[in-house]
Design a protein around this ligand. Structure first.
Ligand SMILES: NC(=O)c1ccc[n+]([C@@H]2O[C@H](COP(=O)([O-])OP(=O)(O)OC[C@H]3O[C@@H](n4cnc5c(N)ncnc54)[C@H](O)[C@@H]3O)[C@@H](O)[C@H]2O)c1
Length: 256
């Protein structure tokens, strides 16, 4: 048998922002691939994890819903402490939680900028740092950052968002370099526009929707399910020698 496995049997995965959109689909896919899952949500959105946990358990895997409010370092420490205590260790971290405040660059306020950079970049970094310390103790792991195609190309009304995701793409390379010695692979997935609560208002605008479709050579909007294969692959034995890479799932947007 030459083909390596894409299974994650016996692994423990943490998926942040798993109550909706891409995070919910990724968490269920991790369970379908054989992983037990710690799924996180903002404290006031914990209820949104119930259907996700039900789907994980229907796969015969353990599901542990926990609160996380990025970029709070206390919140991160509590989550990782509780997760390791309940599940034994963490093998996989999917840094999915993210926000966007679409606004013309001339209108962006300091608080808009800080919010987007705090959650998308600072929160992702300190979450990775805290989990990497656990992975080092247990001999290694996989981290997958949900970046964006907007980390490698620009798009209108997304100054802070594009800056944060470009930061994620290059941070992925640095963490891959530093943590390779600990057998921690760090990669990113860069989705194109995917239909989720984050992008609903963009897709509701017929002019914007037409512009997006025109830029996606494969000619359709993405669904959360379009992202999960890339994420599971990067966590699996099949991707053992891949690190520091951003895998774009963009329907060809950046190929032009
Ligand atoms: N939808 C897209 O078109 C698209 C494209 C490229 C990348 N992404 C990225 O994919 C990820 C998921 O996005 P989505 O489209 O599923 O959006 P979503 O809004 O459906 O999900 C984001 C999740 O993050 C959680 N979250 C928000 N702020 C948080 C915080 N401070 N601390 C902890 N959790 C927080 C939310 O509660 C939510 O569950 C994000 O990082 C986003 O930037 C999305």
């Amino acid at each position: 048998m030459v083909l390596p496995s894409m299974r994650l049997d016996g692994k423990v995965a943490v998926v942040t922002g798993a109550g909706s959109g891409i995070g919910a689909a990724v968490a269920v896919a991790m369970a379908e691939a054989g992983a037990d899952c710690v799924v996180t949500e903002l404290p006031d959105r914990l209820g949104s994890l119930e259907p996700v946990c039900a789907q994980i358990r229907a796969c015969g895997r353990r599901a542990l819903p926990l609160p996380l409010a990025l970029p709070g370092l206390d919140s991160i420490a509590a989550l990782v402490g509780d997760g390791v205590r309940e599940m034994g260790r963490i093998d996989i971290l999917i840094n999915n939680a993210g926000v966007n405040i679409p606004r013309e660059a001339l209108e962006v306020t300091e608080s808009d900028w800080d919010r987007v950079l705090d959650v998308n970049l600072k929160g992702l970094f300190f979450m990775s740092q805290r989990v990497a310390r656990e992975m080092i103790k247990s001999g290694g792991g996989r981290i997958v950052n949900i970046a964006s195609q907007n980390g490698v190309v620009g798009y209108y009304r997304r100054a802070a968002y594009c800056a944060s995701k470009a930061g994620v793409v290059n941070l992925t390379r640095v963490l891959a370099l530093e943590w390779a010695q600990h057998q921690i692979n760090v990669n990113a997935v860069g989705p194109t526009f995917i239909l989720t609560p984050l992008t609903q208002s963009t897709f509701d605008d017929p002019t914007l929707r037409a512009d997006l479709l025109r830029r996606i050579p494969l000619g359709r909007v993405g669904q959360p399910e379009d992202i999960v294969g890339a994420v599971v692959f990067l966590c699996s034995p099949a991707a053992a020698l891949i690190t520091g890479h951003t895998l774009l799932v963009d329907g060809g947007w950046t190929a032009i």
